[in-house]
Ligand binder design. Structure first.
Ligand code: ADP
Length: 258
């Protein structure tokens, strides 16, 4: 991706990190985290040094997705990220219990996010993938403004409602001058494992139409598939558990366009 535009008078870079990419969605449950992790691991397979930051304070899913249970060590103020499948990982979920973070107010959330951006020993990374909190509120806007983002990938289902929210996401990144690297349609279609018939459970093609309307790249379609869900739940994302499979190919093709 292109280097992020410098913003006057503010140091928004993270030392050692060449590019920061946000993976965002207008609402929760559309598969943003699943996409972020599989995308990050595919970028790693392309030879990039990758970190993943789970900024989804109220619903951190990185510990589950990567099967990580340990607490990160700290050296002074600095947190040492965990590692899984060759990528570095940091999540608020490594540090506090889910219920604890759930009742935090805005300033606590922003403080925790800043700490995870600034006080983590990421080392040398070609790209840090940030799994953004869902939605387009204050926390998202602040995140988008507190680091020099090279761009944002927006994840949506084909459904009207999810698309309306994705549209807000596009508008939000436009507002803060962050390039949209593209839109991914997740849960794009379903192929029955028994009969091979295809069903467009949430409709189909909406995200591609939306991308065309906004003049942003359409990155591809990820099907709704039981293996994607089961492998995620088991802490072995599909691009790791089935690297030669059709799904891994889809994610690799998404990554290659970034
Ligand atoms: P978000 O980050 O948008 O809240 P998640 O990535 O946590 O969404 O996904 C929500 C649920 O949907 C998870 O159980 C995940 O395993 C499942 N999921 C995501 N994408 C797919 C897919 N393409 N096929 C099947 N299940 C999926």
């Amino acid at each position: 991706p292109p280097a992020a535009k410098p913003q006057a008078g503010r140091n928004l870079a993270i030392p050692g990190v060449a590019h920061i990419i946000a993976v965002a969605s207008g609402k929760g449950g559309v598969g943003k985290s699943t996409t972020a992790v599989n995308l990050a691991l595919s970028l790693k397979d392309l030879g990039w040094r990758i970190g993943i930051l789970d900024a989804d304070i109220y619903g951190p899913s990185l510990p589950r997705l990567l099967g990580l249970k340990d607490k990160p060590r700290s050296e002074g103020r600095t947190l040492i990220p965990l590692e899984a499948y060759g990528v570095k990982a940091m999540s608020i979920g490594f540090l506090v219990g889910e219920e604890e973070a759930m009742i935090w107010r805005g300033p606590m959330v922003m403080g925790a996010l800043q700490q995870m951006l600034r006080d983590v020993a990421w080392g040398e990374l070609d790209c840090l993938v940030v799994d953004m909190p869902p939605g387009t509120g204050d926390a998202q806007l602040t995140m988008a403004q507190s680091v020099a983002l090279a761009g944002a990938v927006i994840v949506s289902t084909p459904q009207d409602l999810a698309l309306i929210d994705a549209r807000r996401g596009v508008a939000m990144f436009n507002k803060v001058d962050v390039a949209i690297l593209g839109i991914v349609e997740n849960m794009s279609y379903f192929v029955c494992p028994h009969c091979g018939g295809r069903s467009d459970i949430f409709g189909h093609g909406g995200a591609r139409r939306e991308a065309e309307r906004y003049g942003v790249p359409f990155l591809g379609e990820v099907p709704l598939d039981m293996d994607i869900r089961e492998q995620s739940d088991a802490g072995r994302p599909i691009v790791v558990s089935d690297p030669g499979g059709a799904h891994a190919k889809v994610y690799r093709e998404l990554a290659a366009q970034i």
